[in-house]
Design a protein around this ligand. Sequence first.
Ligand SMILES: CC/C=C\C/C=C\CCC/C=C/CC(=O)SCCNC(=O)CCNC(=O)[C@H](O)C(C)(C)COP(=O)(O)OP(=O)(O)OC[C@H]1O[C@@H](n2cnc3c(N)ncnc32)[C@H](O)[C@@H]1OP(=O)(O)O
Length: 287
Amino acid sequence: MFHLRKVSRDVARVAVKTRRLSSAPERSLVDLSVDKEGIAIVQMQRAPVNSLNIELMRTICDSVSDLEKDKCKGMILTSASPNIFSAGMDLMELHNPDMKRLEEFSKSMFDLVLKLFGSKIVTTAAIDGYSGAGACVVALALDYRSMTAGKARIGLNDTAVGIPPAKWVADLMTRTMGQRNTELALTSSFMFPAERALQVGLVDEVAKDKEDAVERCKKFIKLYDNILPAVRTHTKLSLRQDFIVEFEKNREQYLKDFMNTITNPAFQNGLDIYISSLKQKKVKAAA
Ligand SMILES: CC/C=C\C/C=C\CCC/C=C/CC(=O)SCCNC(=O)CCNC(=O)[C@H](O)C(C)(C)COP(=O)(O)OP(=O)(O)OC[C@H]1O[C@@H](n2cnc3c(N)ncnc32)[C@H](O)[C@@H]1OP(=O)(O)O
């Protein structure tokens, strides 16, 4: 939890509105706060591992829309879970899914990626722990990433679970890491520690702990203090327009591909085994 000296009225309104958007009335899925300099912290708090279900993805998406409306300077996406930024897509959304919900899930994922990638404000992530697969995609859609050294790992491990990464996912990674590093990362499903992630350009800075990661994000956001926001946004979006246009053009196909992958019986069998192994790990640890 971050202690902020002053919260503006506008900001308080954003926070209240965002809380109402949560699907769990008793507990918000993100904690949103804005400091006196107009920098927002969007802290995911879907215990235990911030797995991305429809509601969490929508809440993040809506939070960013609110921050844009309120002309926030920038946002820092982070996590309340110790040692985990996010475990990626919620496997329960993918396991024996209801077709209607799976389609909604896919739409929420696409909406989130496009919202973050095309955001008008400066978007950053303070990654303090595991950030695999879908979580890595979310991080890649932002402008800047700082990651804590130590046990944390980041990467796209789709091929390790038998899924060829979607073209748009590979494109997103290539934009950040270049062709060669992306090819090696995606074909091997390598999960990068912070220092290696920095070498290949997957993250921008290595931090010593979460607080440091957040500070580095703030520093990055403030780099734009002397640039007119409209000019910065225009420049950013004109450089990103090719990806956005291509995504919109192929969105229906990406949706079909995603639905086909998930509903494939071989994928479901593999997922069965994978989920059991995750549960088994806990049983073994307790024994
Ligand atoms: C499928 C894609 C198809 C097409 C591609 C198109 C576009 C997609 C873009 C990118 C694709 C993304 C796909 C994904 O993101 S799939 C999810 C990948 N994530 C993982 O494989 C991570 C799995 N989890 C772990 O490795 C560990 O849990 C973790 C390192 C995160 C934490 O370890 P820790 O020891 O701290 O906790 P655990 O005891 O393992 O877990 C606690 C409980 O949380 C449950 N859990 C973990 N991960 C998930 C998850 N991703 N979804 C749902 N639930 C999860 C775990 O089972 C434990 O539950 P309980 O036993 O407490 O009930």
